[in-house]
Design a protein around this ligand. Structure first.
Ligand code: PRT
Length: 283
């Protein structure tokens, strides 16, 4: 039985459960449950506070977790990161009141910095050989400079609107973070097969999210040229149409190439272009 930890409620919750579902795990979770069975896979899901997950993972109470890299780093957890998941992206940054001078972290020598990330901040200050006073605050760090509690803050930023609303400006980035799959080192040895299975499914889902299946009709004389514009997987499928001189081509493309490829197809006479999301991708 694999024990998987996810955040009980908060920013990681929805995406974590969505990922498990896309991996084919049916989680029977109800309101305020601590633990839920997975109906069709030998696993249970534990719903825990984000900040508690690194300790549970390190102690082996759970085997794997979906968690932000920022929390693992702050808690200095002895766990392995198996895969970055591409959601809950943020950065841990230094911010100061808009008009305060900042020419680098040395500007904070002797100053007060409010943060919920004292260990990550201290490590950064040590690396840069800067001595500053760290004020540990567990929430609403962004108000600290305005109420005279600190000269600067070190907090998570994603859109930047919280800083903006509080008259602060992001000056330095200490750490970039996203949600990841982390694993307890002992579990990785003892439950290798089942962890490999989960990882395989997660990687297939993540790959599929970045790709689209496209199909279109194309004059036969353009097949070779258009084939070169469809770089993903082995080679495109070509099927004859009833109308002579025309074929249907099918392929998979990366979302980053999407508009460039579509424009190229149109220029080469493609018609009836259909684009379909890919649910899973095993290469
Ligand atoms: O209560 P619990 O222990 O479960 O967790 P929590 O309070 O730490 O959880 P939550 O849900 O707030 O955050 C969970 C995780 O989401 C974090 O550990 C990060 O990995 C990730 N994440 C991504 C963020 C943000 N973006 C984020 N913007 N966590 C917090 N913020 C906060 C930030 O602290 C600041 O107050 O949002 C504000 C800034 O946002 P912007 O968009 O205005 O820049």
């Amino acid at each position: 039985m694999l024990r998987i930890a996810v955040q009980k409620s908060g920013r990681l919750y929805d995406e974590s459960l969505k990922l498990l579902k896309e991996c084919g795990l049916h989680v029977d979770n109800g309101m305020d449950q601590l633990k839920a069975e997975v109906r069709n896979f030998p696993a249970e899901v534990y719903f825990l506070r984000n900040s508690d997950i690194p300790q549970y993972l390190e102690d082996g109470v759970v085997d794997i977790a979906i968690i932000g890299e920022n929390v693992l780093s702050e808690k200095n957890a002895n766990v392995y990161v198996l895969e970055k998941l591409g959601f809950s992206k943020c950065r841990l940054s230094i911010a100061l009141p808009k008009n305060d001078e900042y020419i680098g972290i040395a500007s904070l020598e002797g100053k007060k910095i409010a943060t919920s990330y004292p260990n990550t901040l201290q490590k950064y200050l040590d690396e840069k050989q800067v001595t500053a006073e760290i004020h540990l605050i567990s929430g609403s760090v962004e108000i600290a400079p305005n109420i005279g509690l600190a000269d600067a803050i070190c907090d998570l930023v994603s859109s930047g609107s919280t800083l903006f609303k509080n008259g602060l400006e992001e000056k330095d980035i200490l750490f970039r973070s996203e949600a990841c799959i982390a694993v307890n080192p002992t579990a990785l040895e003892e439950k290798k097969d089942i962890i490999d299975e989960i990882l395989f499914r997660v990687q297939s889902v993540l790959k599929a999210r970045d790709h689209r299946y496209i199909l279109f009709n194309i004059p036969n004389k353009q097949i070779k040229t258009v084939g070169k514009m469809l770089p993903v997987l082995k080679s495109p499928t070509v099927l004859p149409l009833l109308d002579e001189g025309w074929s249907s081509m099918h392929s998979v493309i990366h979302v980053d190439d999407f508009w460039k490829v579509i424009r190229g197809l149109k220029e080469h006479g493609a018609q009836g272009i259909l684009v379909i999301p890919v649910e899973n991708m095993v290469i």
